[in-house]
Ligand binder design. Structure first.
Ligand code: GRF
Length: 193
């Protein structure tokens, strides 16, 4: 049997996607969720990692931004692939260079609309509402040096009704994330898309 591919998940907050992904791969023989990485000392994703029995590492922003501490840790653990699930820092260039086309992000809207610096979390759904959009959705894309700019791998849409609040939109988008993100990660990691 081939050695399983090790995936690390970077998350800054709640971590519901990180948990959903970890559960999806729990009994997978080809892919292992090796570790979670966070830049927020009080992120709920740390609690989720504990409950899941997944190794979780916290680094302050400056450790992510400068030097090779995080990269060194990834290499030492033999991480092959990185998934960003609500990670709010830009991935440093040294990590992007070591993981070419091996970092995926999920954005909670249909890029190229409603993306870029500062567009995260509820701000995205609020902007979708204010723009009077009739649909929103998710975009799964490779990560490059710019925010929300790498090649798109997959999109899925949901309807936005005129009376939907930003929270209603968030709920629909989260449902799409839980449904599609793990299986798209699996396909990308295994080279099937
Ligand atoms: C998700 O909506 C994801 O698309 C975005 O950040 C949010 C993270 O949510 N990048 P959670 O922390 O996984 O609950």
């Amino acid at each position: 049997m081939n050695t399983p591919i090790k995936v690390a998940i970077f998350a800054s907050g709640n971590g519901s996607n990180a948990e959903n992904i970890a559960k999806y791969f729990e009994n997978n023989e080809s892919i292992i969720i090796d570790s979670f990485y966070t830049n927020k000392v009080d992120a709920y994703v740390i609690e989720r990692a504990k409950n899941l029995g997944i190794h979780c590492l916290y680094y302050k922003n400056s450790d992510f931004r400068e030097g090779n501490i995080v990269l060194g840790e990834l290499e030492e653990r033999g991480v092959d692939f990185i998934v960003l699930a609500g990670f709010l820092l830009k991935v440093p260039e040294n990590i992007i260079q070591k993981y070419p086309n091996k970092i995926l992000n999920i954005h909670p809207a249909l890029l190229p609309k409603f993306g870029g610096k500062g567009m995260y979390g509820d701000r995205v759904h609020q902007a979708v509402k204010e723009a009077g959009e009739k649909e929103s959705g998710i975009t799964i894309h490779y990560v490059n040096e710019c925010f929300d700019d790498g090649e798109v791998v997959f999109q899925a849409k949901c309807e936005v009704l005129i009376n939907d609040s930003a929270d209603d939109i968030a709920e629909k988008v989260h449902a799409l994330e839980y449904k599609y993100f793990p299986e798209i990660i699996e396909k990308v990691v295994l080279g099937k898309i």
